[in-house]
Design a protein around this ligand. Structure first.
Ligand code: SAH
Length: 250
């Protein structure tokens, strides 16, 4: 048998509310939250002074904080103790053509849960979605990270055109291009080391794009099996496969 994962620590209980806070946290620090996080702690979770929450900042790790006081609009917290260091994020990027609102929200949430390091929207010739609400996508990464116990958020990059992305590509990062017309099975192409998975839009890549991608140093066309998957399914399946072969599921 290979190594067995350690159990999740018993304290604090898994039900302890967990929130991302966008500022560096440290021991003894006091902080006040307002808006949706305050509403969540005070009115949804109904926390009282003395109750504890878990906070993470995507910089220093995760902390146990105690609720000192709450008013109608704000909650005041004191950081009590460090719980975990910021995690080491597997060096995997997801390059994806923007798709419709529901599916893209699902994709961003699942990619975050599956452990992606960076989310990079890529504009391809058959990309039909022209406006991307990055703030909404970032909110989904935060919500997913809060829920799945991540201590680091994935980077969410501004959209780039496929040609520009490929032009700047260097061979030190494997480019695994999910090609529905066939390729090496992903499980064979995935090797440890920096990697990126490229997923096309609903309409797929054009033949020109396929040729352009294949010419890039470090690129290989990979197959995700004999069925044509929706873009968001392809993304989640590819990340899961890579994580179990070359990522942190091993
Ligand atoms: N409209 C295209 C399918 C696009 S599917 C067609 O009918 O042929 C959207 C994207 O998901 C593809 O561009 C590809 O990156 C990925 N994908 C879907 N199924 C795949 C498979 N079996 N193998 C590899 N990539 C796949």
């Amino acid at each position: 048998m290979s190594s067995v994962r350690p159990a999740t620590p018993a304290w604090p209980p898994a039900s302890t509310p967990r929130l991302f806070v966008d500022r560096p946290l440290g021991p003894g620090m006091t902080l006040s939250l307002d808006g949706p996080p305050a509403n969540y702690l005070a009115n949804v979770m109904r926390l009282q002074p003395g109750d504890v929450v878990r906070l993470f900042d995507d910089r220093t790790g995760e902390w146990l904080a105690e609720l000192r006081d709450l008013t109608k609009r704000a909650v005041h917290l004191t950081i009590r103790e460090p719980l975990r260091e910021r995690e080491a994020v597997p060096d995997l990027w997801l390059l994806f053509a923007p798709i419709k609102k529901g599916p893209i929200d699902w994709l961003v949430e699942k990619a975050t849960e599956l452990g992606i390091g960076r989310l990079q929207p890529v504009i391809t010739q058959r990309t039909v979605v022209d406006r991307l609400n990055l703030d909404r996508l970032r909110a989904h990464t935060i919500e997913a990270a809060e829920q799945c116990d991540r201590t680091a958020l994935p980077d969410l990059a501004e959209p780039v055109k496929l040609a520009a992305l490929l032009k700047g590509w260097t061979a030190d990062r494997a480019l695994l291009f999910a090609d529905e017309t066939g390729g090496l099975p992903l499980a064979q192409a995935a090797t440890p080391g920096p990697a990126a998975i490229l997923i096309g839009p609903e309409g797929g890549f054009t033949p020109d794009e396929r040729a352009m991608i294949r010419a890039v140093p470090g690129a290989s066309g990979v197959s995700l099996g004999p069925r044509i998957l929706r873009a968001e399914t392809a993304a989640a399946a590819a990340i899961a496969c890579w994580m179990s072969i070359a990522g942190d599921w091993r």
